[in-house]
Design a binder for this molecule. Structure first.
Ligand code: GLY
Length: 351
């Protein structure tokens, strides 16, 4: 098992992370446990967790409907209500068992209930293991805007067990792998060189790869929890990727976050090349590797119009300047404000 030290808590990764969880639970002697899950993690992950952590058999289970469209204040009301009705006190622990929707919402509920109670994350998807569960961003969507209401509030521990990945489809492993590619490109050239050799989904979700990706993200988050500067680097691929995801969701097209981010990385690498932040070879390497894993996303004229609308509304923009977190060479990044619209359009057309 690997243990990564974060600001004030640890991230335990590996088959033995249940032992680390049990030690944590014994040490803290909470009055009540609340496990927040959805119908998928209720069925596929909760029995495993309860088997390995018998203390949690006394936990209250709060089962939510799955889906980003349920990441709302209404669902929070439901959880705050359940906590209140069952007498949750300040010394209660919320356990977020699920993907990013569960840890975002559960973390937000925990950070606001009675002005804040403890929570831990047990992420069950590759995407939430390497990204959402780490870094203390919590929140819900509001009036169609993703993560509009939330807090920065770190969990008391993160327990990552690869056993939960066994029930994930190939598509959902790739969904998380896009964030691993991103972190390598902005933070560690050697890791990028290692990734380029990986071809199968088993490779993409190996414990070593997960551990390295988390260690890199954790280093960034520890230096800049509140995203004043360095943490912005984690947005590489996301200005276009997020906008593409929103555009396609608005058109009721089937798209996963990581698929949109993979496309976003390719397009933002084109911009980075146009701005001479990376070489032609580096751009080709990025495009070739990502294209060998992800099918291209189809961008119709209508999608492009929506995509540009969302890019212009991105919260990283400053005044009229369009801001992108771009690699500066591989393994480094630069926040580049003032990217011209024609460069963005060219990147979309080249894609
Ligand atoms: N997902 C980006 C961040 O945690 O900052």
């Amino acid at each position: 098992m690997s243990v990564i030290k974060s600001t004030s808590y640890s991230i335990s990764i590996g088959d033995n992370s249940f032992t680390a969880l049990n030690t944590f639970l014994e040490k803290h002697s909470y009055n009540y446990y609340f496990i927040i899950c959805d119908e998928h993690t209720f069925e596929h992950c909760l029995p495993t967790l309860l088997f390995h952590s018998p203390l949690l058999n006394e936990a209250e289970i709060i089962e939510l409907e799955s889906g980003e469209d349920k990441k709302t204040l209404d669902t929070c009301l439901q959880v705050w209500g359940a906590l209140t009705d069952t007498g949750a006190d300040k010394k209660s622990l919320i356990i977020n068992l699920g993907g990013g929707v569960i840890s975002d919402l559960g973390g937000f509920v925990a950070s606001t209930y009675k002005r804040g109670i403890d929570c831990i994350n047990i992420p069950t998807t590759l995407l939430s293991m390497v990204d959402a569960s780490v870094g203390g961003k919590t929140g819900v969507d509001f009036e169609g805007i993703k993560n509009h209401i939330g807090t920065t509030s770190e969990p008391k521990g993160i327990f990552i067990n690869p056993v939960f990945l066994e029930t994930l489809s190939e598509r959902h492993i790739k969904n998380g792998y896009a964030e691993i590619i991103k972190i390598a490109l902005i933070a560690d050239i050697d890791f990028w060189k290692d990734l380029k050799k990986l071809k199968t989904v088993a490779d993409f979700s190996s414990e070593n790869i997960i551990t390295k990706a988390i260690a890199l993200k954790n280093t960034i988050v520890k230096k800049d929890l509140h995203e004043h500067n360095l943490r912005k680097s984690l947005n590489f691929g996301h200005t276009i990727g997020h906008a593409l995801e929103s555009a396609l969701i608005q058109q009721n097209k089937d798209i996963l976050h990581g698929e949109a981010i993979a496309a976003g990385i390719i397009m933002e690498a084109t911009i980075a090349y146009s701005l001479k932040r990376i070489s032609a070879k580096e751009q080709k390497d990025i495009t070739d590797y990502i294209s060998s894993i992800y099918k291209p996303v189809k961008i119709s004229k209508e999608t492009e119009t929506l995509l540009l609308k969302y890019i212009l509304h991105d919260k990283k923009n400053e005044g009229d300047d369009l801001c992108f977190a771009l690699p500066k060479g591989i393994g480094n990044y630069e926040l580049y404000c003032g990217v011209r619209l024609d460069l963005i359009k060219k990147a979309i057309h080249d894609y």
